[in-house]
Design a protein around this ligand. Structure first.
Ligand code: NAP
Ligand code: GDP
Length: 317
């Protein structure tokens, strides 16, 4: 990479895209040009619009984030839409990356696409070993096909298309909508309202499930490293260690501490718990980057809560 590098980020306005933008704009200038796309620049589920944006930007590198994304409850409702839209977006972006001779593509999978019945910790070799959890089969199979496309483009054309596998992401610019978003932004929105209105704070489900969370700014730093340095077609899990897995209840307590919430906490066990855990190994990442420092969980929660309080009026919710 260098002076003639044009990195196009699809989904550049979302949670992960805005974190990459933040890190690029606040880091050293390596002489690369970065272009961050929203769905307003092109609907990437439409091949003609996808070709037109590649024609306009002429990227040498692509970070492909654009997707229909949601937490457990949105996935449960829209499996078909998640499958069809994401399959189209991924096929179009990789086909145009091939057509426009893009040197490298880094796409985004997720640890929630792994087999439901598995051994732990899960690692990069297990993606296709069995059916995903029933709650999000549409999203999971669409994401798994990115790995198939990456291997296929490499086999047929020698393309350098690869993917990262993050765990549950949170940070500024997340989707704080209660029905559609992930657990951390959902808990933050609920804590904000409970504190403002003097009402109870409700954790959905039992609070027992376990998750490894990654701060979007840490994920952004790692994805930029993958774009510049990682040379494998096989994907790489980007996660904190297994010892940093937390329960939903503990994550909620960290959110409440950041809000200095003193009211009642209740559980709504009529709501689904989803998958109990998806414990992932970051051994491969640690072999490459033994010294990488993740932001401590509570500090990342506090920074996100501070951002949400300061941007409540305009945040996605
Ligand atoms: P997000 O905040 O919902 O952002 C989604 C982005 O995709 C937005 O920029 C959106 O554009 C764009 N987009 C959606 N549909 C599009 C379309 N038809 N054409 C063009 N652009 C479209 O999502 P995120 O959390 O940043 O996720 C980014 C990537 O990380 C996704 O591939 C996701 O699967 C993966 N991931 C996320 C998590 C997580 O916990 N959030 C975990 C693992 C993996 P607009 O802003 O214009 O709508
Ligand atoms: P997942 O990690 O892919 O399962 O998706 P989420 O980020 O939506 O996390 C779902 C887990 O958090 C389940 O165990 C839910 O029962 C629990 N949870 C607790 N409160 C909330 C909330 O307010 N929103 C969401 N999305 N999940 C919640």
């Amino acid at each position: 990479m260098g002076d003639n590098t044009v990195v196009m980020v699809t989904g550049g306005t979302g949670l992960v895209g805005s974190a990459i933008k933040y890190v690029v704009e606040n880091g050293e200038d390596p002489g690369e040009t970065w272009v961050f796309l929203s769905s307003k620049d092109a609907d990437l589920s439409d091949v003609h619009q996808t070709r037109a944006i590649f024609e306009k930007v002429r990227p040498t590198h692509v970070i492909h984030l654009a997707a229909i994304v949601g937490g457990l409850f949105k996935n449960l409702k829209y499996n078909l839409d998640f499958f069809r839209k994401n399959i189209s977006i991924n096929d179009n972006v990789l086909a145009m990356s091939h057509e426009f001779r893009v040197k490298k593509v880094v796409s985004c999978l997720s640890t929630c696409i792994f087999p439901d019945k598995t051994t732990y910790p899960i690692d990069e070799t297990m993606i296709h070993n069995g059916p995903p959890h029933n709650s999000n089969f549409g999203y999971s199979y669409a994401k798994r096909m990115i790995d198939v496309l990456n291997k296929g483009y490499n086999q047929s054309y020698g393309s350098m298309f690869t993917a990262v596998i993050p765990t549950n992401v949170f940070g500024p610019d997340d989707n704080f909508n209660l029905e559609d978003g992930h657990v951390i932004p959902g808990l933050m929105n609920k804590a904000y309202c409970a504190k403002r209105d003097g009402t109870d704070f409700t954790i959905w489900g039992s609070g027992a499930p376990l998750r490894q969370f990654i701060y979007s700014h840490d994920l952004a730093r790692l994805m930029i490293w993958v774009m510049r340095e990682y040379k494998e077609i096989d994907p790489i899990i980007l996660s904190v260690g297994e010892e940093d897995e937390v329960s939903i209840k503990d994550a909620a307590m960290s959110v409440l501490k950041a809000f200095d919430f003193k009211g009642n906490v209740v559980f709504d066990t009529t709501k689904s718990d989803g998958q109990f855990k998806k414990t992932a190994s970051n051994k491969k990442l640690r072999q490459y980057l033994p010294e990488f420092q993740f932001t401590p969980f509570h500090q990342a929660i506090q920074e996100t809560v501070d951002w949400f309080n300061a941007n409540y009026a305009t945040a996605r919710k």
